[in-house]
Design a protein around this ligand. Structure first.
Ligand code: PLZ
Length: 443
């Protein structure tokens, strides 16, 4: 690995060169685009990001769960090099190529369920979710889509409507797409009558609200993240997903699992649905699929995917050959290096440390997640009132100490950890030491 797997701080964070670039950025880039940690990146690999001042930061973000195989992963780089040299674009809708077909084959094989499947490729996660809704509507002939509290599905007009949180995703950007209905999420930590009642009661509310306010026969799809990502790594109460999926099947409603953040080994399985034996009708993927190149997919039952009129799905760049080559290199890496196993190993290192931290700091109200998708929810001591101030302070302290840590949550009070799955135990442990010190200094 060409990037040394060590943390090293040469300047304050951000350093002078990053600050220079930041001044240029402010003059050139819309202030509507944010950055969590404005160090400007020069190189990255494994569990390390090297900035333009020579600082080496530990990466607990993986570009928001994207570079699961690590940055510039060798198999990705090799296939991308070959592909850019061969051809960069013809448009699959004009003159197709094998790489797209090969990625579709991989998706059909790896996603949950043994039924016959088809896939279609796009560029971003939001685009995949939009297309899943289009396909569900075309198949069922029904308009409505049911989504959940705390959901995140993207920033385009339809996916903003599907996304729950106003700030920063929706504020001032309406009006939003219609025929979107929201129901409570089975969120054990915040379930009013306690976690034990959560699955049953949330399921009852989902059914009764969908029946009363939408009507089953008007409902094209239910769209759900099997573990909510931006919403704060909310793991639905056990059994909830399976019951929702079964109820959808009983009513001819398409069950769509948005696995854009949870997919491709992140949770210790190829897909988060696997852990509960849930088989979605459609599944959306992106992020981890292509080692950092923009690619997304919708995969699902052949009869559903083939119900759309010919030419109804597409886009200039969807399934771009370079992105497909990257995906093939990325999937090959996940298989060869058993990155599902790696995600479970990461959990076995992180969870006990986070549990010990939670013992020590009453500000940690909940520890949750699965595999290499773990989070702590921070509250004001003695209550469940969200503590976004402490969350921001701890994450700032981590950044200053050379750890890229991300926040999440409807209330901005969740610290989430998404290391690249190829990160070494040493860096993982050192990152956790930094986190511990950040809590000691701020909580
Ligand atoms: N569905 C479950 O997690 C993207 C968004 C970051 P795109 N999550 C990161 C931000 O602030 O924009 C995401 C997701 C789930 C859909 C999406 C959307 O994927 O590739 O960002 O469009």
């Amino acid at each position: 690995m060409s990037v040394p797997q060590q943390r090293a701080l040469k300047t304050a964070i951000p350093g002078p060169r990053s600050q220079e670039l930041h001044a240029r950025r402010v003059a050139a880039v819309s202030s509507g685009v944010g950055s969590t940690l404005p160090v400007y990146v020069e190189r990255a690999g494994g569990g390390i990001i090297v900035d333009v001042d020579g600082n080496q930061l530990i990466d607990f973000g993986a570009g928001i769960a994207v570079v699961s195989v690590g940055n510039a992963a060798p198999r990705v780089v090799e296939r991308v090099h070959q592909q850019v040299a061969d051809f960069t674009h013809t448009c699959f809708m004009v003159t197709p190529y094998e790489e797209y077909v090969a990625v579709a084959e991989q998706l059909n094989e790896l996603t949950p369920g043994e039924h016959e499947k088809r896939s279609a490729l796009f560029n971003s996660g939001a685009e995949a979710v939009e297309n899943a809704v289009k396909i569900a509507r075309a198949y069922t002939g029904r308009p409505a889509v049911v989504v959940f509290d705390h959901a995140y599905h993207g920033r385009t007009n339809l996916t903003m409507a599907l996304t729950a949180k106003n700030m920063p995703y929706k504020h001032h950007f309406g009006p939003f797409a219609g025929e979107v209905y929201r129901v409570p999420m089975a969120y054990p930590y915040r379930w009013p009558t306690g976690p034990d009642n959560c699955a049953d009661e949330a399921f009852e509310q989902f059914v009764s609200l969908t029946h009363a306010q939408v009507g089953e026969e008007n409902c094209a799809a239910v769209v759900i993240e099997p573990i909510q990502g931006e919403g704060g790594f909310i793991v639905p109460a056990p059994g909830f997903l399976a019951r929702v999926a079964e109820w959808c099947a009983d009513h001819g409603i398409v069950f769509v699992a948005d696995e854009i953040q949870t997919g491709f080994c992140r949770t210790g399985d190829w897909f988060a649905c696997d852990a509960e034996g849930v088989v979605p009708d459609l599944i959306t993927t992106a992020k981890g699929i292509a080692g950092g190149l923009p690619l997304s997919g919708v995969t699902g039952r052949a009869e559903l995917m083939d119900s759309v009129h010919g030419g109804g799905l597409g886009g200039t760049y969807g399934g771009n050959p370079v992105a497909c080559a990257a995906a093939l290199g990325s999937i090959e890496t996940m298989r060869a290096e058993d990155l599902c196993g790696a995600a479970r190993r990461i959990e076995s290192v992180m969870r006990p440390r986070l549990a010990a931290l939670a013992e020590k700091h009453p500000a940690i109200g909940d520890l949750r997640g699965r595999g290499a998708m773990l989070a702590v929810e921070l509250v004001k001591p003695g209550s469940k009132d969200p503590n976004p101030e402490l969350t921001a302070a701890v994450s700032r302290a981590c950044h200053a100490d050379g750890l890229v840590a991300l926040t999440a949550g409807t209330y901005g009070n969740v610290l989430r950890f998404l290391p690249p799955l190829v990160i070494g135990d040493d860096l993982l442990t050192e990152g956790l030491d930094i986190l511990e010190a950040a809590f000691a200094a701020n909580a």
